[in-house]
Design a protein around this ligand. Structure first.
Ligand SMILES: Nc1nc2c(c(=O)[nH]1)N[C@@H](CN(C=O)c1ccc(C(=O)N[C@@H](CCC(=O)O)C(=O)O)cc1)CN2
Length: 300
């Protein structure tokens, strides 16, 4: 079987276009401009790229973008003070603190200081609890993007056997919750799972989110399964020239694509959906804050 390539770049552009339509409506009909504040602490090069991209795309869809770039040695009190100001700023509907944070900062404490209504990352403990109990919440962007692509490809995923490889709070656990809400039979596998190959071979849907380059080989994949690769791993690529790198996912693309029915590439798969869903979540947060109907098709 030759897999259909699920084009996350193209899908993300469609999501952003829908977001832009909603933003226009919010401005024209209600005089409201959704605002997103992104906080970056330190100089992690990948984080700088993601934050720049978030700011650019926020402006492109017509929203207000505010960036706060703080020194790597910023104190917890200073960061919490900024979050408090953003929580109380009526022009800001979404707040995101870029992760990872420098080691001296307590990530849980910082995330839980964000107002749950403005937590467009969906990482606040209140949103985690709401998602886990099937209530209206802010949904983490990467799993939301994966769900949108699965629904788009399959129509309905109800009754399908899904395996999520990875149990992180940011991707693995919320992904499993979303698949369960869509009536999949869900297994969360991880580094201690016995006979991982056999567990994965049962799955109609495989979501790989372990952070280990090309860990899943093609012979683990059931014929015709859908493979969603969340991994973004940068490897040295001396064949491309000195100091060059290449990106690979958590699955071995070529061998998995030879067996899968559909597969997301890296780059150009799940990654672009993360930022598109952040913009979608900001519009959703803005609508909720103003008691307006939520945009259809942009939430879980
Ligand atoms: N507060 C948050 N921090 C982090 C999150 C998050 O959702 N919230 N996720 C990641 C980083 N991330 C967004 O912040 C992100 C990662 C990757 C991409 C992306 O589009 N990747 C491209 C490849 C980009 C490249 O060349 O390096 C792709 O996969 O095609 C977007 C956003 C960690 N931190």
């Amino acid at each position: 079987m030759t897999a259909t390539i699920i084009d996350g770049k193209e899908f993300a552009a469609r999501v952003r276009a829908k977001v832009a339509d909603h933003v226009t409506r919010l401005k024209d009909d209600h005089g409201i401009t959704p605002g997103l504040a992104v906080v970056l602490v330190g100089e992690d090069p990948a984080s700088q790229v993601y934050v720049r991209s978030k700011g650019k795309m926020t402006v492109e869809v017509g929203m207000k973008s505010v960036e706060h770039k703080l020194e790597a040695d910023t104190s917890e009190a200073e960061l919490l003070g900024l979050i408090d100001r953003l929580n109380n700023d009526p022009e800001i509907h979404g707040i995101l603190v870029q992760l990872p944070l420098p080691k001296h900062l307590d990530e849980d404490l910082v995330i839980n200081a964000i107002s749950p209504a403005k937590d467009v990352d969906g990482f606040h403990i209140s949103n985690v609890g709401l998602l886990g109990t099937g209530q209206k919440s802010m949904v983490p962007c990467t799993p939301l993007g994966c769900l949108m692509m699965l629904r788009d490809h399959h129509g309905s995923i109800s009754g399908m056997d899904a395996v999520v490889i990875g149990r992180s709070n940011i991707v693995g656990k919320p992904m499993a919750q979303l698949l369960l809400h869509d009536s999949c039979t869900v297994t969360i596998a991880h580094s201690r799972t016995k006979d991982l190959a056999e567990v994965v071979r049962r799955a109609d849907i495989v979501v790989a989110a372990v952070g280990r380059p090309e860990m899943v080989p093609g012979d683990w994949i059931k014929e015709g399964a859908t493979v969603i690769d969340v991994g973004i791993n940068r490897l040295d690529a001396p064949e491309k020239g000195e100091g060059k790198t290449r990106l690979v996912g958590d699955v071995d693309f070529d061998s998995c694509a030879a067996r899968a029915g559909a597969i997301t590439p890296v780059p150009g798969g799940v990654g672009p959906m993360t930022i598109a869903c952040l913009l979608a979540n900001t519009v959703t947060a803005c609508c909720r804050a103003n008691g307006l109907a939520e945009p259809e098709g942009l939430t879980a």
